[in-house]
Ligand binder design. Structure first.
Ligand SMILES: *Cc1c(COP(=O)(O)O)cnc(C)c1O
Length: 383
């Protein structure tokens, strides 16, 4: 049968969201304004966070949070090698040094048991990633941070809707950064948001987000606004637009339904693939959590599959099925090898996972028939 290409991820955009974008375009105000303000309020409510700052991307959010934490040259930020490059890139861009610990091969999250071994008098921040939407063990994370006087930035790009012990990521702890890139659990096109419980940090980020201006354009050009402003620090241009927030307002309403469907599909893979020797399936930790299933990422067993991950991905593509690669271990990219001295063998679990991991198709409008097709094609490739 001749099937259409099935992507590994696809955003679900409702007619309400499309209408809202059109209304925004027709309203005369398309950059940061009332829709961003409303989206901010809705995110505060959903995340149960006192301070929320939407911006152009999660990368911008990580960058500004790190800058606002006032790192000195040589300060160290502890993070994971199994992440998107932005996690490490922003640490470098903020003038600090990324220090890595290997992952726990069961959860694919950073191994918190190894953090204490790499803490030095230069360590300032721990920056874990809630990989694929599975939370790190938050009690251990914050016990470590408190004992050593460290700040925490949770790279929560995968984790809007994730819960640990009945609490949403974003509702507790220091500071979280979410992504609304089209592959993530909700989207604003490009976009992201910071949640924090630190009012001083939120004020600094708010300045850095928009030129270092003490008032945002939207407050200046409104009827009651004052056109004047001061520059109190040289800032960036990382503010979210109302066009983006128009999408976000409606995406947020659908988030829990999206996660419900993602969970059904992920568990359907877990069940269907349980006996396949070609796969090692994602593990489930014992602590109470709600997985947001941003990704479904089994590891290929090369011996049993009789092929490596890259061959598997290209065979799937030949059969019109997209897969994703999240992620090769970041420390092995040329910049990190050449400038920071990382090398193969430094983090064996992350490297092994980085060589074997595949993201199988998973998105809310994927049907059971699509899912069966993925399973059938994989079966035909392996047998
Ligand atoms: C997607 C992603 C980011 C960056 O998000 P953008 O919104 O695309 O900037 C950062 N960290 C992780 C782990 C991600 O998956």
């Amino acid at each position: 049968m001749n099937h259409e290409f099935l992507p590994f991820s696809k955003p679900t955009i409702s007619q309400d969201a499309i209408d809202e974008v059109v209304a925004c375009l027709q309203s005369g105000w398309i950059t940061t304004g009332p829709r961003v303000q409303q989206f901010t309020e809705n995110l505060k409510e959903y995340l149960d966070a006192p301070f929320v700052l939407p911006l152009l991307s999660a990368t911008a959010g990580l960058h500004l949070t790190l800058l606002a934490m006032d790192l000195l040259p040589g300060d160290e930020v502890i993070t994971t090698p199994l992440t998107f490059a932005a996690t490490l890139n922003t640490i470098v861009l903020a003038g600090a040094k990324p220090v890595l610990v290997d992952i726990d091969p069961h959860t694919l999250n950073m191994d918190l048991n190894q953090v204490e071994d790499v803490i030095t008098d230069k360590t300032r921040i721990i920056m874990p990633v809630h990989f694929a939407g599975l939370p790190v063990e938050m009690n251990t994370l914050y016990r470590l941070a408190n004992q050593h006087g460290l700040r925490v930035i949770e790279d929560a790009a995968h984790a809007i809707g994730t819960e640990f012990n009945g609490k949403r990521i974003g509702s507790v702890g220091d500071t979280q950064v979410f992504s609304f890139h089209p592959n993530k659990n909700i989207t604003t096109g490009e976009g992201g948001a910071i949640a924090t419980r630190d009012e001083v940090l939120a004020k600094r980020i708010s300045l850095l987000r928009f030129h270092g201006m003490d008032r945002e354009a939207w407050n200046r050009f409104g009827k009651s606004g004052n056109q004047d402003y001061e520059i109190v620090i040289p800032g960036y241009k990382y503010n979210m637009m109302d066009i983006q927030a128009a999408l976000g307002l409606h995406q947020l309403k659908q988030l829990d339904d999206f996660i419900t469907r993602r969970t059904e599909l992920a568990l359907r893979y877990q069940e269907a693939l349980a006996d396949w020797p070609q796969w090692k399936l994602p593990g489930t930790p014992a602590y109470p959590h709600r997985h947001a299933w941003h990704l479904y990422t089994p590891l290929i067993n090369e011996q049993a599959a009789n092929m490596d991950r890259d061959t598997f991905m290209s065979k799937m593509k030949e059969k019109n099925i997209g897969t994703g690669l999240h992620y090769r271990a970041v420390h092995l990219y040329p910049y990190y090898r050449n400038q920071l001295g990382f090398k193969a063998g430094d983090f064996p679990y992350a490297e092994d996972v980085g060589n074997r991991i595949v993201s199988l198709p998973l998105f809310p409008t994927m049907t059971d028939a699509d899912h069966d097709r993925v399973l059938d094609v994989m079966y035909s490739i392996f047998n």
